[in-house]
Design a protein around this ligand. Structure first.
Ligand SMILES: [Zn+2]
Length: 138
């Protein structure tokens, strides 16, 4: 059986386990649920589940990655949860990128609540999807 959410393996076992731990314990639980639901949809639609490539970052890792000062990936004591996660796009057809973003925002956002932010971008480490729970709705 293919899981709806998978974790990057290319950075080695330790990083894989870190992603697993962060997904289970530190990612905002709403983000965890949304990731699984979207991964199920992606598997149905494209035959590829969601492969998560990044969840938390220390401040030093965030600086090295070129992240914003207030990045939703930051894993810091002042924040109860990590609000952002990245996932892979290379297994999807290029034409699917916009649909992945619009499907996710279409399900979870409405005029009253801009609940989730999803983009496909390249922040320096290659193109990927970035999703985060908007922290104003914490
Ligand atoms: Zn990101």
């Amino acid at each position: 059986m293919i899981a709806w959410v998978q974790f990057k393996t290319e950075n080695g076992q330790e990083y894989y386990e870190r992603l697993f731990r962060e997904f289970s314990n530190k990612l905002d639980p709403r983000g965890r649920a949304i990731a699984m639901e979207q991964g199920r949809w992606m598997l149905d639609e494209y035959g590829v589940a969601m492969t998560i490539t990044c969840i938390g970052r220390t401040p030093a890792e965030n600086t090295a990655a070129g992240g914003k000062d207030y990045s939703t990936h930051l894993d810091i004591p002042e924040r109860e949860w990590i609000y952002g996660w990245d996932f892979r796009s290379r297994e999807l057809p290029v034409a699917a990128r916009r649909k992945v973003c619009s499907r996710m925002t279409g399900v979870w956002n409405n005029k009253q609540r801009y609940f989730i932010h999803v983009i496909h971008h390249d922040s320096g480490a290659g193109k990927h999807f970035h999703a985060n729970i908007n922290r104003a709705y914490r």
